[in-house]
Design a protein around this ligand. Structure first.
Ligand SMILES: [Zn+2]
Length: 597
C-alpha cells in the first residue's frame, strides 16, 4: 500500500460534491501540512481551487484502521492547513464542490462526473514525490456509470471503479477522470491503444469518419516525432470529450486530453455537411491535433521554468510562443499532412490566423515573449483593453513558426525545415513514460536552432528573434505566401464593412441597441470619445441596432454624425466624423483571400 491514498466518492449529484478521503501513513511528526493547488498546468491562471472545499476534518487512525478523535487543523492561508503533530496515520476528509463544466476543474451532477485531481485532492507537503494509490468508489449516484481514465489501474471492476496507482502527485493531476455513460471509439496508432470518449448527448455521430480522421492525425504526429521507430511517450491515449450546446477548449495531459466542443462541431451519420459545419469540424480536428501534439511538446519537452510545476505560485516563462504557438502551427499543418484538409483549406486557415493577429493593435505594444511571461495576468485575464494591450502567443506564435519554417527551407535550399529542429528538440529534451525531459532554458531553443542548422544560421536567427519574438514586428504572411508563388488578393469589403472597421469598435447587441465592448486605439471610435460599455442608442435621432448600424454609417459617409449613447445611466451625445468613400477605398485592410477562390 502506498504511503498516500486518496479515496474519491462521487457523492451528491444534486449538491454537486465529491467526498475525498486522504490517508497519510507517515505524516510529518512535527505537524503535517496539506495544500490545495491554485492552478492547473496548461492553463496559466490562478484559480484558487481551495475555494470549493466545503468542509475539511482530520482524524488519527488506530492500528485497526478505525478513526480516532478529531485532530486540530490550523488553516494558515487560503490553500494550506497544518495538522497537529501526531504519531501514526492520519485521515483528512473533505467535501469538495464541483460544478464547473469546463476542462480545467471538476464537475458532478446526476448524469456525469469529471475531475482533475488538482481540483479535489490536497497535496501532502513534503511528500508529493511519493507513490500514490487512488481509489474511485461506486456510490448510489454512479450506478450504471463507467470510469474512463488513463490512470494506471491496480484492481478495478469492469466499470472502472476501484484502485489506481501513480508515481507521484504531479502524475495524479495529469490523468483526468470522466464518469458516466459514453459513446466510444477505439483504434490503434502504431500499436498504441487510443480512444475518444464522448459525454453529453452525442447520438448518431459519424463514428467511422471520426475514427478514420483521428487515427490519421495521431499516426501523422507519431511518425513526425519518431519517423523510424514510431515510439510514443505514452502507452495509451484518451481524448475525453464533453459535448455541449456552446463551448470550445482543451487541456493537454501526458496520455490524454480533456476537450469541450459544441454538438454542432461534430459530424453526424445521416447528414451531408454544409461548408459551415465542415469548418467547425475542422476546428474540432485542429483542437484534437493541438492537444495531441502537446503530449510531446510541453508535457515531455518543457520549459525548465515548469520543472517542477509549483502549484501554489505563478510559474513564469517567456517561451509560450514556442510551446503554444509552434503547437498551433503544427496542429493545422498536421491536418494537411494527414490529408484531413486540402492545401486550399490549410491556406485559408493560415490567413484567418493572420487576420486574427492583425486586427488587434496590442501587437504593436507587446512581444510574444512578453505575452508569454504575462500570460497569468494578461492573456488569461482578458478585459476591455486586451485588444490594445496583448498579442496572442498562440496566433502570432504560429505565424512565427510558419515564417521560421520558410526561412529554414530557403536557407538550406529546401534540404531542412522546422521539422528537423522540432525533432532535434524532442531528441534532446524529450522523455518517455512518467519522466519529463531535460528542461528547456529560456535560451534553450537558440541552442537547438544552432545545433540543428549550424552556426551559419545563427545570425539569421538572432535577427529573426529580435524582430518577431522579442520585438513587435509583424510577420508579413501575405508577402511570405506570395514569395512561395501563392497568389492572394485583398478581400473585397463593402463600404459599410470598411466603415465599421475604420471605427475600430467591437460591438454586441444589448437591449436592442449597440453595446460597445472594445474600443481600438487610434481608430475613429476612440477619437470620437466612445468608451467600452457605452450603449449606442441613436445616430442622428435614428435608433441603432447591431443589424442596421453599419448601414446607417454608410448612409452618412463624409459627414459628421451625432451619436447618442448611454454611459452608465446618463445620456451623452458625441460627434463622429465619418471618412469619405474615396478615403475608405484607399484604406488598406488586412483581410486577404486566395486568388481564384
Ligand atoms: Zn495548447
Amino acid at each position: 500500500m502506498a504511503d498516500i491514498q486518496y479515496t474519491i466518492y462521487p457523492m451528491d449529484g444534486l449538491g454537486h460534491y465529491f467526498e475525498v478521503e486522504l490517508l497519510i501513513l507517515h505524516p510529518n511528526p512535527f505537524g503535517q501540512k496539506i495544500q490545495m493547488p491554485n492552478w492547473i498546468p496548461g492553463s496559466y491562471m490562478t484559480r484558487d481551487f481551495s475555494k470549493h472545499i466545503l468542509s475539511i476534518h482530520a482524524f488519527g487512525q488506530d492500528q485497526h484502521q478505525a478513526l480516532k478523535e478529531p485532530l486540530h487543523l490550523l488553516q494558515t492561508n487560503s490553500d494550506t492547513w497544518e495538522i497537529e503533530a501526531v504519531q501514526g496515520p492520519v485521515i483528512i476528509k473533505t467535501k469538495v464542490y464541483a460544478f464547473d463544466n469546463s476542462v480545467r476543474t471538476a464537475f458532478l451532477d446526476t448524469e456525469r462526473g469529471f475531475l482533475n485531481f488538482s481540483s479535489v485532492c490536497l497535496q501532502v507537503v513534503g511528500q508529493t514525490q511519493k507513490p500514490i494509490d487512488c481509489v474511485i468508489e461506486q456510490t448510489a449516484l454512479t450506478r450504471g456509470w463507467e470510469v474512463v481514465t488513463t490512470l494506471p489501474s491496480v484492481k478495478i471492476d469492469k466499470h472502472g471503479f476501484g484502485k489506481y496507482t501513480v508515481a507521484q502527485y504531479d502524475a495524479l493531476i495529469d490523468h483526468p477522470v470522466s464518469m458516466g455513460r459514453f459513446v466510444k471509439i477505439s483504434w490503434n496508432s502504431y500499436g498504441i491503444p487510443h480512444q475518444i470518449v464522448f459525454q453529453g448527448t452525442a447520438e448518431n455521430l459519424n463514428l467511422p469518419l471520426l475514427k478514420a480522421d483521428l487515427k490519421a492525425i495521431c499516426d501523422t504526429h507519431i511518425a513526425f516525432f519518431d519517423p523510424n521507430h514510431h515510439v510514443t511517450p505514452f502507452n495509451q491515449y484518451i481524448f475525453h470529450v464533453n459535448v455541449v450546446g456552446n463551448g470550445y477548449g482543451g487541456l493537454e495531459h501526458r496520455a490524454s486530453t480533456a476537450l469541450i466542443c459544441k454538438r454542432s462541431d461534430l459530424p453526424y451519420a445521416a447528414q451531408s455537411p454544409q461548408a459551415e459545419d465542415l469548418k467547425a469540424y475542422q476546428d474540432f480536428l485542429g483542437l484534437c491535433s493541438h492537444e495531441y501534439f502537446h503530449s510531446w511538446m510541453v508535457k515531455k519537452v518543457q520549459p525548465l521554468a515548469f520543472q517542477p510545476y509549483r502549484l501554489n505560485q505563478r510559474n513564469y516563462t517567456k517561451l509560450l510562443w514556442l510551446f503554444e504557438g509552434f503547437t498551433s502551427y503544427y496542429d493545422d499543418l498536421q491536418l494537411l499532412r494527414s490529408a484531413r484538409i486540402d492545401l486550399k483549406t490549410y491556406l485559408k486557415r493560415l490567413l484567418d490566423t493572420h487576420h486574427q493577429v492583425m486586427r488587434n493593435p496590442g501587437r504593436h505594444h507587446q512581444s510574444v515573449a512578453q505575452s508569454s511571461f504575462d500570460a497569468w495576468t494578461k492573456y488569461y485575464l482578458m478585459d476591455e483593453n486586451t485588444p490594445n494591450a496583448v498579442v496572442s502567443y498562440y496566433a502570432k506564435g504560429s505565424l512565427i513558426a510558419f515564417a521560421l519554417d520558410l526561412l529554414i527551407r530557403d536557407f538550406s535550399n529546401q534540404t531542412k525545415s522546422l521539422d528537423d529542429v522540432m525533432r532535434a528538440v524532442w531528441q534532446e529534451h524529450g522523455a518517455y513514460g512518467d519522466q519529463v525531459g531535460v528542461g528547456l532554458t529560456e535560451n534553450g531553443f537558440d541552442k537547438m536552432i544552432t545545433k540543428s542548422l549550424g552556426s551559419s544560421f545563427r545570425p539569421l536567427w538572432i535577427g529573426f528573434k529580435a524582430a518577431y519574438i522579442d520585438g513587435t514586428q509583424d510577420i508579413d504572411v501575405v508577402e511570405l505566401l506570395q514569395s512561395t508563388g501563392i497568389a492572394l488578393t485583398p478581400k473585397k469589403l463593402t463600404i459599410a464593412e470598411k466603415l465599421q472597421q475604420s471605427l475600430g469598435l467591437r460591438i454586441q447587441s444589448q437591449d436592442g441597441f449597440v453595446k460597445v465592448t472594445h474600443v481600438l486605439e487610434s481608430y475613429l471610435g476612440q477619437q470620437a470619445g466612445l468608451c467600452p460599455n457605452d450603449l449606442i442608442v441613436a445616430l442622428n435621432h435614428e435608433k441603432v441596432s447591431v443589424t442596421n448600424f453599419s448601414h446607417l454609417l454608410a448612409r452618412h459617409c463624409h459627414q459628421k454624425v451625432k451619436l447618442s449613447i448611454f454611459r452608465g445611466d446618463l445620456l451623452h451625445h458625441l460627434t463622429l466624423q465619418l471618412p469619405s468613400q474615396s478615403a475608405l477605398q484607399e484604406e488598406r485592410m488586412n483581410s486577404y483571400l486566395l486568388a481564384n477562390d
